[in-house]
Design a protein around this ligand. Sequence first.
Ligand code: ADP
Ligand code: ZN
Length: 809
Amino acid sequence: MPVRSVSVAVPVPGLPALTYRVPAHLDIPEPGTRVLVPVGTRQVTGFVVPAAGTVASASNQQPATSNLRDVVEILDPSPLLPREIVDLALWTADYYLAGPGEALATAMPPQSAVFTKRVAQLTEAGEANHLQVGLRKQALDLLREHGTLTIESLARRLDSPQGKGAVDGLVRDGLIAMTQPLAGRRDAFRTVARVRLTALGDDPQLTRAKRQGELLELLRGAPDGFTARELDARGIGWDVAKRLAASGLAAIDQVQLERDPFNGDGPTRPPFRALTDEQAAAVDTLTGLLDAKTFATALLHGVTGSGKTEVYLRLAARALDQRRRVLILVPEIALTPAAAAIFRGAFGDRVAIQHSALSDGERHDQWHRIRRGDVDVVVGTRSAVFAPLPDVGLIVVDEEHDGSFKQDESPRYHGRDVAVVRARNAGALIVLGSATPALETFENARQGRYRLVTMARRVMDRALAAVQVVDMQEEFAERGPDIVLSRPLEEALTAHIARGEQAVVLLNRRGFATLMFCRQCGHTLECPNCSLSLTIHKGTRRARCHYCNHAMPLPDKCVKCGGAFMEQSGFGTERVEAEIRALLPEARITRVDRDTVRRRGAITGLLAAMAARKIDVLVGTQMIAKGHDFPAVTLVGVVSADVGLGMPDFRAGERTFQLLTQVSGRAGRGDKPGIAIVQTLFPKHYSIQHATRQDYGSFFEDEMTFRRAMRYPPAASLINVIVRGPSAGDAMDLAGDLARRVRQAPSPGIKVLGPAPAPLARIKGEHRAQFFIKGTNRARMRDALRAAVDDRADARRRISIDVDPLSVL
Ligand code: ADP
Ligand code: ZN
């Protein structure tokens, strides 16, 4: 008889799917079903995946069938994840060289992992045993006192390096036993008790005294019954409901509550606007593609303020008319509520949102609404690309160039690129929208792979903001090297605020000063864990590392030589805020960066205050640069356009162009024209020059010349491999070994560069080395790397692989 077995993806980084035996008393589960399986000494939640062979996977060293371990339990009566999503997640794992379990975990709502804890308990022999001294006695006493303890908390309470060994010994000797009860729940719906009338109670002849009679009367008029809260509002206690239930006249049952991130707000939006000519032409072309009901990718290249959202809305309405569903991906948390509100306004409560600022409970409930088919439109951030939405006919990726679509931990996927694959699998139209498309995207459009649709003008014939570049070399020469705000920016701020208009001031760097050093010995404050200097935060009077969060109080003497003169240099948003306060003491100034916006949802409040014109000047990092639509903003200041340009990263020029174009796009969106003032040390740099003219085409040409010469994406494909180690030598050794193995792979056209110490050579105490694989055939590059990494499975945890990296620091 053949062995009944299934492939299961387990949530262990880098591990391929494992094969398990399905014991006779269980049915064979289908792909997408959650199962409880043993891995090492633990039991974990895994996903059944299609048997190996249907998925490309290099490691097929499965144990002999006789050694297979058993599936412990099947957690879902039918597959939780639709097959389409299972396949998309497995594609993601394969393309980005991640484990299938990690990729499937990304596709899941929170709180869906059921796991087991190992719990220790005294056996009878243990009860009877009375040791006099030692760790073993302490362990037994602890269990006597507490009954049961998880193995971790028992070992922790013993507080000794030998604690774990002592516990293991007691298990071996039969004095304590380990059990593995389930922790977590199969689902995490919130339920609420409701009281309803039974058939028995529904007899109109029947009466009851006082409160019970009153409740009977109420229930007769309310087929849905009441919750405790609803009864309370009517002056009846829950105990009355319980007494009715006890006599069989009413029943109390648990009903599922939906946590609604909109708090029940309904549609609010007026019907569609009259389209501009450009919008109408774009809608026409894209509708043609949508009606064809086959896979197509389009790039909607529309300048800031050209009204791309209105185009998305029309297309979405069309897809819904065809009884197909719509997935809208947006980049930043701050933008999601606004985008969701627009779609909610147009399509009512059949819109769900999925993003990380929701509570776990809200996300969980929204996920299940989508899965049930109760939703037609999903608006969400990166991971919403895996939303279990059936029959997708249209996918929109708004601000497709945005870096936040790329996940910076494994699987390091790009939400836009996975979305294109999803659209292909579903036969859907995907629209990528941006004023500053990623070079990859525009190149695809130029080569004819994507349909290019252009909107070159703002709606209502509004002018793009005029951009004025200020050469800071000249300002420094005139007014000293310490100035933060140039004269033109100061004057413009003063004038615009005096007229009652709003301003946005951007600096893509937090803190007050970027460096603190001793004037006597030159010693600088550096992070003990990372190869970076500490940033000075004046508000909290601390120096903090922006990578590992290490912090210390600001010293008043040099820690090295004891010198009394500590200097600060460089500046961040905190300093900019202080300068503007000094300039405009009457103005209402608010700063938005990761230091001020820690709490979930806080940014939403700040943006609402800005929209309500309760703020005059908004100072902040790139959080404020993109997407927002504040019609009363007429001035945008960029304190330093150079923050990104100095980085040893081939995308530095592209990022600078995008940031400047996007932030200038925030000005002049209302009736009054806008102006942007850009301060820079490199006024001649092509990124800055083209951004000031908002000339994407010329920027693209110049940037592509550079990329082609250097064979950087999109002129070639790139994989970045980072290797960590306890010392620089360890990291370099392993990186060297991997690089050699890839070089030796019999694959023409692959080039390996490095290894070398990474630009950030140390982060969080770990040393980092990196190498690059360049080529034109990604599949071959991946295969060569996968083979090399499989040979060094011992070191898998120290290797991070980034396919199509956005940043190479
Ligand atoms: P983009 O995303 O292209 O930068 P938006 O979609 O945010 O532009 O639109 C910019 C502004 O123009 C918004 O305030 C929007 O409400 C408005 N708008 C869009 N289309 C029209 C139209 N056809 N008529 C009038 N106003 C419009
Ligand atoms: Zn650090």
